[in-house]
Design a protein around this ligand. Structure first.
Ligand code: OSB
Ligand code: MG
Length: 394
């Protein structure tokens, strides 16, 4: 596959409802889409950076910069046999996993199309359907939260994850557990607690939670190992795990008993699969996390979730929970028993609606292999005003 062209677009997409975590509230997403052209085919992926550096160090704007100024020059015009070779092309780049994942994942879509197989199968996935759970944001009013839980259970979702933060934890979870004694329930703290909060977190042991996700610092595996020894509830790591080495360290140190795999956070499908394999070999269950993705990122999550170690319901839920209108067709749909069918058609298995992408695009850049210095750059102003600029220099 010769990488003939790369396009990067930023879209604005308004969420149906604001989503609150311990680090902030999101109402409108700035979605970055990567399109890669090779062998006469085009593949798509999403860069899952958030708007602010509050989940990880990347943001929409840092990812735009790293992608344009480093990822593209390292990859454009290069030939690879497999998408799994992309990390080699990009190995000089430290961190910036989400920006790197955008290119690799788009090429996985191309490779699956070229081979005429579903992306899930190219990745080695064997599951025909995946179990779906939901992640529910913090609510000022616990009555509203209870109603949200009720609604998602009625829709068929297999497990409920509740965001927590100091002051919105033990008493909230107590009420939810009292009302729903038997459901698969877990919490996600997004690093909102300190080691000194261990006694408070121990109170959550009373609620038979499946796990507590990322209670402590985003970059500290050691402290989670100390905390896990003090809790009956399994710790699940999200923010801490950026690659398979981290996964192995966390498991061997006893820092967690579950791992949340996110494609962007670990740098793409190859590393996600390596994290999965590391966990699978050690009997550690994994599940697929979410980053409030558009359908493009969601479709990649569905494919990855078909690997056999994804034994727990993930945060991959229906397009309709997030968007009035998604940018893929069909939209990601969840059955009444809380499952998503893994597509059987080649590539991503969902078509990108170019018309909807175009409507929502606020800026875009395209690069063609072999184009002379001063490649054309097209920019669309948020007002919708099309501008054509001539980019000078590299
Ligand atoms: O920690 O899993 C997280 C959203 C944004 C950033 C981090 C997280 C989340 C979610 C939502 O929990 C998952 C989703 O429904 O996409
Ligand atoms: Mg999380």
């Amino acid at each position: 596959m010769k990488i003939e062209f790369i396009a990067l677009r930023e879209l604005r997409m308004k969420l149906k409802a604001p989503f609150e975590t311990s680090f902030g509230t999101t109402s409108e997403r700035r979605v970055l889409l990567v399109e890669v052209g090779a062998d006469g085919l085009s593949g798509w992926a999403e860069i899952t950076a958030q708007e602010e550096p509050f989940y990880n160090a990347e943001t929409t704007d840092t990812a735009w910069h790293v992608f344009c100024d480093f990822v593209v020059p390292m990859a454009l015009g290069k030939t690879v046999q497999h998408a799994a070779e992309v990390p080699v092309l990009l190995q000089a780049i430290r961190g910036n996993e989400m920006a790197r994942a955008g290119l690799e994942n788009a090429l996985w879509d191309v490779e699956a199309q070229a081979k005429g197989v579903p992306l899930s199968r190219l990745l080695g996935g064997t599951l025909d359907e995946i179990a779906s759970g939901v992640s529910l944001g913090i609510q000022a009013d616990t009555g509203v939260l209870l109603a949200n839980v009720e609604k998602e259970l009625a829709a068929g979702y297999r497990r409920i994850k509740l965001k927590i933060k100091p002051g919105k934890d033990v008493e909230v979870i107590r009420k939810v557990r009292e009302r729903f004694p038997d459901i698969a329930l877990m919490v996600d703290a997004n690093s909102a607690y300190r080691p000194a909060d261990a006694p408070l977190l121990q109170q959550l042991d009373a609620f038979d939670l499946m796990m507590i996700e990322q209670p402590l610092d985003w970059d500290d595996i050691y402290l989670h190992a100390k905390l896990q020894r003090q809790l009956r509830t399994p710790v699940c790591l999200d923010e801490c795990i950026h690659n398979a080495r981290h996964a192995r360290a966390a498991i061997e140190l006893g820092a967690c008993r579950v791992i949340n795999v996110k494609l962007g956070r670990v740098g793409g499908h190859s590393e996600a699969r390596a994290v999965h394999d590391t966990c699978f070999e050690r009997d550690v269950p994994v599940w697929c996390g979410g980053m409030l993705e558009s359908g493009v990122g969601r479709a990649h999550n569905v494919a990855m979730s078909s690997l056999r170690g994804f034994v727990l319901p993930g945060d991959v839920s229906a397009s309709q929970r997030y968007w009035k209108e998604d940018i893929i067709e069909p939209e990601v749909d969840v059955s009444s028993h809380g499952t998503i069918r893994v597509p059987e058609t080649s590539g991503l298995g969902y078509a990108v609606r170019r018309d909807r992408v175009q409507q929502r695009t606020v800026r875009e850049r395209t690069w063609h292999a072999g184009a002379a210095l001063g490649a054309r750059l097209s920019v669309r102003h948020p007002s919708g005003f099309p501008l054509a600029l001539r980019l000078m220099g590299g």
